[in-house]
Design a protein around this ligand. Structure first.
Ligand code: PLP
Length: 401
């Protein structure tokens, strides 16, 4: 059975050219970049070249690029750095109710250390307004952390206007751009943000590598102490192949951005047209400002969306449940609840994230199989409701991606 992968917001396949560019750094050019001899310096030079190439893709200076192990680490480093840099100013942070757990859990941990966090509530499309942000600012606000694009519903937030509020009040601004980088145009200097998080595996790069952009003159305080790599900020021998692969993948995505966006917007429009014809399926997120390939829905009349994800899997189609579901909890996604979707329905959300390897035929097939899956579950449910509820509880679900 052919697998149709439609979960590109969770992760993507490695670009073949990026993989090729990485390969020599595993077994041939494997010298430690901190070594003085030329064998190590080859790796060091590759890293510095990559810093320049990445900077070019997002409109930054080379000195503003720090390599990390991915989005989670970049979010952690940015948030904790801002707290340290402004420790004499106060202990108040502003964020939103729809952040990824990499931000949310970091903020929750800081709350245990005495920080107060205002979580702004978005409107039902996932947008936050500049007025809303400005009203939450206090004299002791040290950081504003607002994501650029939401991973569950795909809404793209207006970071430039939100950052303008932060700038007016001289507050540091971080944006988690993990779902946006490589998919929509980004010019960090135009945006004006102080920190921006990037993850390579979301744009056909390797897993376990990312970037934290930090606007000069801000200097990142040491996060991992040791040998002093990444300008003393993040010690540890660099992931040279990963950095090289990420760079090539981002260049590729940047070169093809416009045509990729056009293709994916058209494909997701086709998906919407088909899926929204199924009775009891509703769209979530911002219909206008959304990521190119991300389609997000809630489905009425089923016990939990994990049943649908599982049923689609039996047809070889990979989609994601927008809800955190584990054997222990069948929690509805905090994002959907925050958008005002009633809790039971929020537990019935699905995310179909399309990529450049998907075709119109894939979309038509997936939409028709989704209809079949919904009908099957609704029918089964009507006749054997208690057993189905047991099945939901038994299905161990994934982590937020
Ligand atoms: N932030 C957002 C919005 C994400 O979607 C993800 C990954 O799913 C992350 C952060 C974490 O990125 P990584 O998997 O590189 O740690």
């Amino acid at each position: 059975m052919k697998t149709i992968y439609m979960d590109h917001a969770a992760t993507t396949a490695m670009s073949k050219t990026a993989l090729e560019e990485m390969l020599p750094y595993f077994a041939e050019e494997y010298g430690n970049p901190s070594a003085v001899y030329s064998y190590g310096q080859t790796g060091k030079n590759a890293i510095e070249k990559c810093r320049e190439r990445i900077a070019k893709c997002i409109g930054a200076f080379k000195t503003e690029i720090y390599f990390t192990s991915g989005g989670t680490e970049s979010d952690n480093w940015a948030i904790r750095s801002a707290c340290r840099l402004r420790k004499n100013k106060g202990k108040h942070i502003i964020s939103t109710e729809i952040e990824h757990n990499a931000v949310r859990k970091t903020l929750e941990q800081l709350m245990e250390d005495g920080y107060e966090v205002t979580f702004l509530k978005p409107d039902q499309t996932g947008q936050i307004t500049a007025e809303q942000l400005e009203a939450a600012i206090r004299d002791d606000t040290v950081l504003i952390s607002i994501m650029m694009a939401n991973n569950v519903v795909g809404t793209i937030l207006d970071i430039q206007s939100l950052e303008a509020v932060a700038r007016k009040h001289r507050i540091l601004f971080h944006t988690d751009a993990v779902q946006a980088v490589g998919h929509i145009p980004i010019e960090v200097h135009k945006l004006g943000v102080d920190f921006l998080s990037v993850s390579a595996h979301k744009f056909n790069g390797p897993k376990g590598v990312g970037v934290l952009y930090c606007r000069i003159p801000t200097r990142l305080p040491a996060y991992l102490t040791g040998g002093g790599q990444e300008k003393e900020g993040r010690s540890g021998t660099e992931n040279v192949p990963g950095i090289v692969g990420m760079t090539r993948a981002l260049e590729e995505q940047t070169e093809r951005m416009q045509s990729n966006m056009e293709y994916l917007y058209a494909l997701s429009k086709r998906m919407d047209e088909k899926v929204l014809n199924i009775p009891g399926v509703l769209k979530t997120g911002d219909p206008e400002k959304r990521l190119p390939g991300l389609c997000s829905y809630v489905v009425e009349g089923i016990a939990h969306s994990v049943l649908l994800v599982n049923e689609m899997n039996t047809y070889g189609i990979c989609i994601s449940s927008g809800s955190a579901c584990s054997a222990a909890s069948q929690e509805a996604s905090h994002v959907l609840v925050s958008l005002g979707i009633e809790k039971q329905l929020a537990g019935n959300s699905i995310r179909i994230s399309l990529g450049m390897d998907n075709t119109e035929e894939d979309v038509d097939y997936a939409a028709s199989m989704l209809e079949a899956a919904i009908n099957k579950i609704r029918t089964e449910q009507a006749s054997r409701a208690p057993r189905l509820e047991g099945r939901v509880a038994d299905m161990a679900g994934g982590k937020e991606a």
